[in-house]
Design a protein around this ligand. Structure first.
Ligand code: SME
Length: 152
């Protein structure tokens, strides 16, 4: 993976002419396509009408039944609750985990924050066990930072 080229492409999408939802979709499509280890890439966004609830936003990959996730539920809900990045190298070892597909072996969830407030999160699933490196984490935290300027 060429870190700088991923970040430039994401910045290009963010600064482009698409509407905000299409920008988020383009970021998902790009990351899924470009990074080998990423098999599902999606945004969960905080619900406007219900407190402490995430709603599935744009995503790339197989459809999931988990379209609404309460804070504290699964890896996504825990990341939203604690506002911390979660890296799960082997989902079979997790008790508080919501399975989307039996193919998924690992997951990384990065909160998208603005002024200390959680706007949503970037969720990545991989079909490989333990594929995530510090570089992936840094990259996704930078992408989440860029996405915070797109989510309204
Ligand atoms: N595995 C997540 C649910 C969302 S899917 O990965 C798309 C979780 O445990 O929160």
């Amino acid at each position: 993976m060429d870190y700088q080229s991923v970040i430039s492409s994401i910045n290009e999408i963010a600064g482009g002419n698409l509407d905000n939802e299409r920008k988020l979709q383009a970021i998902c499509d790009y990351l899924k396509e470009y990074v080998d280890e990423f098999d599902w890439v999606g945004f969960y966004l905080t619900d406007k009408s219900e407190e402490r609830m995430l709603v599935l936003g744009p995503f790339a990959g197989a459809p999931t039944e988990h379209v609404r996730i309460g804070f504290g539920q699964g890896i996504c809900g825990q990341a939203a609750d604690t506002k911390k990045t979660f890296i799960i190298q082997d989902v079979s070892k997790e008790s508080n985990y919501l399975s989307c597909s039996i193919d998924v072996q690992s997951e990384i969830v990065v909160p998208v924050m603005r002024n200390g407030e959680i706007l949503g999160e970037l969720d990545i699933d991989s079909h490989k066990k333990a594929p995530f490196t510090d570089e992936h984490r840094k990259l996704l935290e930078e992408v989440a930072q860029i996405a915070s300027g797109i989510i309204v």
